[in-house]
Design a protein around this ligand. Structure first.
Ligand SMILES: [Zn+2]
Ligand SMILES: [Zn+2]
Length: 244
């Protein structure tokens, strides 16, 4: 598996970084893990053709994680007509919100336009889904109160990637990081926090018990970027490639 970090920024584009998106190449497939609003442009920066994407797996339905999807739809409808389906997997409400967002952005005030061929997969917390041959296990994390936010554990070829999604700390990260080849952990703040994101000082308490093979911090806000010299762990960069 080869993972390219397409976007390691927060919702505010801190440090000029793109919104959350990771490109996974595995089993001959191209899969995006999250698809923030800036993803379509960010893929072009990395010379990845948006038409090669087979599937998009979503942790939750905030704009900096799923808001990029309508740009794929217009490309598939008007620039490079596409007949094979795009697979989109996400928590409850994904199909409705993706279609509603596309309708708002490109309906020209009337009924929502048709979408290109798309197959939606529901990710149920504590369940697994197979998306284009890749196993996606998800569990709920503390980020939103009513809507569902998921952490994603993506497995194929005997390798595992754990992605926290957006979340404050939960001990479930300890359980699921054990044996993972890579843990992509959000770390929006250094020591500030809003209660629904993780900060570095909080995370640091748990580092001795975290048994993943590689840890990469992502979803970085201004405070993290300003203090990155004080951080010993690997901090994501847009364009960084991780071989797994
Ligand atoms: Zn969020
Ligand atoms: Zn976010």
């Amino acid at each position: 598996m080869r993972l390219t970090i397409i976007g390691s920024g927060d919702a505010f584009g801190s440090g000029g970084r793109f919104n959350t998106c990771f490109h996974l190449a595995a089993l001959g497939k191209s899969v995006l893990i999250d698809c923030g609003a800036s993803t379509h442009v960010a893929l072009r920066v990395r010379k990845i053709d948006p038409n090669t994407i087979d599937a998009i797996v979503l942790s939750h339905l905030h704009g900096d994680h799923f808001g990029g999807i309508p740009f794929f739809f217009i490309e598939y409808l008007y620039q490079k007509p596409r007949h094979r389906p795009l697979h989109i997997a996400g928590p409850l409400g994904t199909e409705e919100k993706v279609c509603e967002l596309f309708g708002l952005m490109y309906s020209h005030g009337s009924a929502a336009r048709r979408i290109p061929p798309t197959r939606f997969h529901l990710l149920q917390p504590e369940g697994s889904a197979i998306v284009e041959g890749i196993n996606v296990f998800s569990f709920r994390v503390p980020h939103q109160v009513q809507e569902i936010s998921l952490a994603l554990k993506v497995s194929c070829d005997g390798k595992q990637i754990l992605f926290s999604g957006d979340s404050t700390w939960t001990d479930r990260f300890l359980d699921h990081a054990r044996g993972a080849d890579l843990f992509l952990c959000e770390c929006s703040f250094y020591d500030a926090g809003t209660g629904n994101h993780l900060n570095y000082l909080q995370l640091r308490e748990y580092l001795p018990r975290l048994q993943c093979k590689q840890l990469v911090l992502t979803h970085l806000g201004e405070e993290m970027l300003a203090r990155r010299k004080e951080i010993a762990e690997t901090v994501a960069e847009d364009g960084m490639v991780v071989e797994i």
